[in-house]
Design a protein around this ligand. Sequence first.
Ligand code: HMG
Length: 433
Amino acid sequence: MAKSINGFSKLPKTEKIDWLVENFCEGSPEAEKVLKQYWNADAKLQQLHDEFIENTISNFYLPLGLAPNFLINEEYLTLPMVIEESSVVAAASKAAKFWSERGGFKARVISTEKIGQVHFKYSGDRIELEKTIEQLKPKMLEAAKPITQNMEKRGGGILSIDLVDKTKELKEYFQLFVTFDTRDSMGANFINSCLEKFAEVLETNLPKEQLTVIMSILSNYVPECLVYAEVSCKVDDLGGDSHLSGEEFAEKFVQAVNIAEVEPYRAVTHNKGVMNGIDAVVLATGNDFRAVEAGVHAFASKDGRYTSLTHAEIKNGIFRFWIEIPLALGTVGGLTSLHPLVKLALDILQRPNALELMKIAAVAGLAQNFAALRSLITTGIQQGHMKMHLMNILNQHQATKEEKKKMVDFFTHHTITHSSVIEQLEKLRANEL
Ligand code: HMG
């Protein structure tokens, strides 16, 4: 039985591992070996990673891949992508190449507003509260000055402070609804620090017996931090690479998107495909993928039903496919200057500012969705996915380099399924191939 433990956080890393191995791995030296195998030989680099989080015992690698040929607003970019799933990088690359031959991606930022709230309970008179908050605004801005002054120099800062009456939904519940421009930072720390200052001002200026500040925190729902990306081409230019004509392809594609627009079960999977691309870029650039995911899915349900993040149409012989999505991303702060691979990823992207990164991530999502839908409406998803997954199956079965080569040759002309790969590998090992 695993023991509970007090003071685990105070133990050195090696003792944390000893505790783990003893309590959860039946004392197996193999577990310790695996953990240490992933330590970096450079002690300084390892320490840097140890200190990103708490109670670190090892590193958990994810592959960093490159998707080249993204023509975005007339400029070629190569996208760094961090993801565990095979076929995502290949799909992005294939979509990038396809659209680079048809004018590329066009992207623009629509808005950049971030949001934070001070949630509080107030039992006094609402009109009085409104007046007091109006009077307190200069004090709040003053209190936050030490935090905002540098952001203001960069052109950002606090945009608005509003009192919101939520008492119809929850007794005595009000909030300060605050909007921010955080320039190139994602802004979480900046926003939360400002909000905590505002809460202090409320606490020192409103009667204690009438006010309870519940919490001060940013919102990861950022429907006014929006980016748009699209591709378009003549319907005739879509044919050629499957058994479908350009027109058949475009119509089937639009129908597939329409289904995701009206059918939530399909929309979730459709949007998962979009997020394959976005998350991979978000991770590679050291951004907070949980924040992005939460905000994006809330946006997908903003009209009361979960729906597709992408849209498509055919008008006057032109096929157009687009995405409009909220993305609060940063290119300064957080891991961006700490993680050596994040720095490199931003270099690969030509040192984008936050607005440029929003466009790149939106394009990655659109490209990924295009690739998945193209497979779904032509060959089916499994053909390409399994082609990319072949190496994983072979690795699971400890295939040698020579075996891998023979299997890849064989499956160039045969359908890949998990069982067919194992069957062929067994035949190969029994010298039957
Ligand atoms: P293919 O036509 O067999 O590829 O496609 P190809 O060998 O003819 O190569 C064409 C291009 O594809 C290459 O050009 C690359 O750009 C790329 P080149 O580099 O030769 O000039 N490509 C690769 N890039 C890197 N490594 C590779 C590689 N192979 C091709 N090994 C492909 C194969 C997998 C690209 C295609 O079938 C595809 O796009 N499939 C979709 C895969 C996909 O969407 N995967 C995501 C996981 S499934 C999922 O989670 C989402 C889903 O449920 C969402 C939804 O339901 O909407 C599907």
